[in-house]
Design a protein around this ligand. Sequence first.
Ligand code: BTN
Length: 260
Amino acid sequence: MANEDLSVIEIAAGLNTRLIGRNILYYPRLTSTMEAARREVKKNAPEGSVVIAGEQTRGRGRLKRAWFSPAGNIALSIVLYPDKSGLPYLIMIASLAAAHSIESVTGLDTRIKWPNDILLGGKKVAGILIENEIKGDKVEYAVIGIGINVALRPADNSEISAIATGLEDVLGEKVSREKIIKNLFLEFERLYFQLPDGESIFKLWRDRLVTLGRKVTVRWGEETLHGVAESVDESGALLIRLADGTFTKVVAGDVTLREK
Ligand code: BTN
């Protein structure tokens, strides 16, 4: 499937958002949309500005990992200036919007793995990276990076073939990145405008988590723990029940789902 340039005109046509995607900056090739978005912040970019890359040469993932971002995938970063109270919900909004956009354009059924991996058939189809700067009580900015594997062919990439999947590979047909992005902007904005009331966002996100009730291994830094993922709280933290019956709260890390 050929990877033509993305059409910003098609994304913008009839897009009736008030914030997200009103200002789109498209680059065929970038190191990472996260840096480019931060440069836009320094230039006082309006809230909702989006940087999109045709491909990234140094895409970044969570936990300082690299994010493989070849041509034909979706790689974008959204600039926001939220209140501090809205910060915990951004992960939830981004993962719900990414899952929703994939489902409504392709009809495929996705799940969210805590905190924000979008899974298709148990493999990762999209990831979210949030970077922000806070001074005192004020959020200077938040940049929401969203990567969706559209044209990625896992079989060509031995490093990720066991854990990643791509929409076109699964469907065996071309998928419109423009439609997915448009849908993503609409759903993102719809949820973002619900803030400061995040309760319904939290509930939607919690109910889509494939993690809850499962035996998990959680890794962060040098630490590893095994237990059962009992619940999440509204800050987004995951509550793990350990073998001795005690509970521990995890705010960041990498979760592996173990057998059911
Ligand atoms: C993860 O699951 O580890 C997060 C992946 C986030 C990837 C996106 S692609 C657009 C944006 N630019 C980056 O360099 N990373 C994010």
